[in-house]
Design a protein. Structure first.
Ligand code: T6T
Length: 316
């Protein structure tokens, strides 16, 4: 407790740098702090991570913030400092704001593994596991280009919150790839604070301001669900092509109903398993891989039944 008091809340560092104290009582304890609670992507990741930890003789506990929010996540990460786990698997909800709290846990001797998102500072984690999000954005642009079939028009990108490494890479990959389709013009990137209602409102506004809107790329689950609502409210389902990211039950349902023309599904279970494997390798002095990726799968209504293994879970 005295060490924690010496470090103080939100401060970075402890003399001696990243060495810290290793807590032998917790040598088999792994903590997972995902981006947000009760959300199918992170539930799927957590279920697989728990199973993998158990298989390797470790115990993984999960604590998730109520919202995808750096202040809420900071409170959880700071609390870990008083009883540090051997390793922390974390989804930084902001690529800069989460640096200080995560570094502080690291300074207590905890190994840090990033799962899904990552910090801008690449010196903190021993390993980072994510989808190739730039490639995912590119896949979405290629799907929309194919659906447009040479027809001209504008396409809107719905991002979540500035500072989210994953969705930012998806939006960038999408915009870069769009340049290869001269008939398609970017109507810009709109931030939605990861709120479906805001995504729906941005779609309503875009339909009014951009009469040639022919496509939308929703960079994650909440933006996709909101975009589908916006299109439904305007009676534009099927007229404006919607490509979503992720494969939540509601998105999968929307794909079946024709609200989405395509989904780019991630493999959150693989991210969870690889995260645990890297954390354990690091704790046991085995070789650790600094960057790992999980596969992506482009799914359409036509092939969705053959791809049901990529659909996300609502519970373990
Ligand atoms: O798309 C995932 C995740 O990869 C991203 O970092 C945040 O949003 C999700 O959790 C979906 O809601």
């Amino acid at each position: 407790a005295s060490l924690l008091a010496a470090c103080g809340q939100g401060q970075v560092g402890q003399s001696g740098g990243s060495g810290g104290t290793s807590n032998t009582a917790n040598s088999k304890k792994l903590a997972l702090v995902p981006g947000v609670q009760a959300e199918p992507f992170y539930i799927s990741m957590q279920c697989a991570a728990q199973d993998e930890a158990k298989k390797l003789g470790y115990d993984l506990t999960t604590q998730a913030p109520q919202m995808f929010d750096a202040a809420m996540q900071t409170t959880i990460v700071n609390a870990l400092g008083s009883n540090p786990p051997a390793a922390l698997l974390v989804t930084p909800t902001d690529d800069k704001a989460m640096l200080a709290p995560i570094q502080q846990v690291k300074n207590r001797g905890t190994k840090i593994v990033e799962v899904d998102t990552s910090l801008q500072d690449k010196s903190v984690a021993v390993s980072s596991i994510s989808s190739d999000n730039t490639e995912g954005g590119k896949m979405a642009a290629q799907t929309l280009a194919k659906l447009a079939g040479g027809k001209s028009g504008s396409v809107l990108i719905l991002d979540t919150i500035a500072g989210t490494s994953t969705t930012a890479a998806r939006a960038k990959g999408f915009e870069d790839e769009l340049k290869n389709s001269p008939n398609l013009k970017s109507a810009g990137i709109q931030f939605t604070q990861n709120e479906p209602d805001q995504a729906a409102a941005k779609v309503t506004a875009a339909l009014a301001s951009t009469p040639d809107l022919i496509g939308i790329f929703a960079t994650n689950l909440n933006t996709g669900e909101g975009a589908a609502t916006g299109l439904r409210n305007a009676g534009k389902i099927g007229q404006v092509n919607l490509i979503g990211f992720d494969a939540s039950p509601s998105e999968v349902d929307g794909l079946r109903k024709g609200e989405y023309q395509g989904l780019i599904a991630q493999d959150p279970a693989s991210i969870g398993v690889q995260g645990v494997d890297q954390a354990v390798a690091s704790l046991e002095g085995k070789p650790v891989t600094r960057n790992l990726t999980a596969n992506l799968h482009s799914i359409t209504k036509a092939d969705m039944d053959a791809n049901s293994q990529y659909f996300y879970k609502q519970k373990c």
